[in-house]
Ligand binder design. Structure first.
Ligand code: DQA
Length: 147
């Protein structure tokens, strides 16, 4: 099983960025966490991060026919991007939305998620563990679909 993990804008700044909200671990630490999780779960996981909406759309389109699942933390594009929503709908690859923080407890402008409309599940407020839950969820979903 091949999973693509996509991180949007400012997630490359983890560790430096608002540590009270996002913690002190870096994006490199997140990559290591995902690699370890993938090994434990017996799946292949590739990671991609961009600060550019179009680059994220391109990567989702390129996933078609290659990946069996997507775990995506679109960062602030969660709350603004119909283009990302449409990209996920276009490829119709099972996609899980992840947020490090619990966006339901934050500002009003974070209460909208466009991407959620195309996602099979959302994990939030769990830090890095949300990505692991996303990978596990996609794995279980695939198992149910193929048995
Ligand atoms: C985030 C939450 C978003 O509202 C914010 O813009 C981010 C990170 C999270 O992981 O908690 O960049 O997606």
């Amino acid at each position: 099983m091949k999973i693509l993990v996509i991180n949007g804008p400012n997630l490359n700044m983890l560790g430096l960025r608002e540590p009270a909200i996002y913690g002190r671990e870096t994006y490199q630490d997140l990559l290591a966490f995902i690699a370890q999780t993938a090994a434990e779960e017996g799946v292949e996981a590739d990671c991609f991060q961009s600060n550019h909406e179009g680059a994220l759309v391109d990567r989702i389109q390129e996933a078609y026919g290659v990946y069996d699942g997507i775990v995506i933390n679109p960062g602030a594009y969660t709350h603004t991007s119909i283009a990302l929503l449409d990209a996920v709908k276009a490829v119709s690859i099972p996609t899980v939305e992840v947020h490090l923080s619990d966006v339901t407890k934050r500002e009003d402008f974070r209460q909208v998620s466009y991407i959620r409309l195309a996602c099979v599940k959302t994990f939030m407020g769990m830090g890095f563990a949300g990505y692991r839950e996303g990978i596990r969820y996609l794995k279980a979903l695939r198992k149910n679909e193929t048995t």
